[in-house]
Ligand binder design. Structure first.
Ligand code: 5GP
Ligand code: ZN
Length: 112
């Protein structure tokens, strides 16, 4: 996707503070964090959202969630963390490239 911000981050056309990368996934800090630790995990392939995932993406989605737990711990969120996947306009999604938010830290998180 030519004008997708996250595809540009994957291609290193836009800088990002990466914390993990392999052949399928990339994790980097959110540019506007809502908690002391806030990063996101994206697939390197472009998928608009969770709403466009099929069984083809099953293993990739599982890998993203397992990585979320691993990286949260590495980022110091030993006491727990929150994951969020905004999906579609109704779900508050702003960047239409599938991503899992992972955040937490000292601040109290609202129960939404
Ligand atoms: P969404 O609402 O789509 O789930 O969240 C998109 C997230 O991407 C937002 O939290 C926003 O701060 C983050 N974001 C948007 N553009 C950039 C960018 O260029 N770099 C980084 N690191 N994060 C971005
Ligand atoms: Zn993309």
């Amino acid at each position: 996707m030519l004008d997708c911000i996250f595809c540009k981050i994957v291609k290193k056309q836009i800088p990002s503070k990466n914390i993990y990368e392999d052949d399928e996934l990339l994790a980097f800090h959110d540019i506007h964090p809502i908690a002391p630790v806030h990063f996101m995990i994206i697939p390197k392939i472009h998928v608009d959202s969770l709403g466009y995932c099929t069984v083809v993406h099953q293993a990739l989605l599982g890998k993203m969630l397992l990585l979320a737990a691993k990286l949260a711990k590495e980022q110091g969120l030993e006491n727990g963390f929150r994951t969020m996947i905004n999906t579609g306009h109704g779900g508050g999604q702003e960047v239409f490239h599938l991503h899992v938010h992972v955040f937490g830290g000292d601040a109290l998180l609202p129960r939404t």
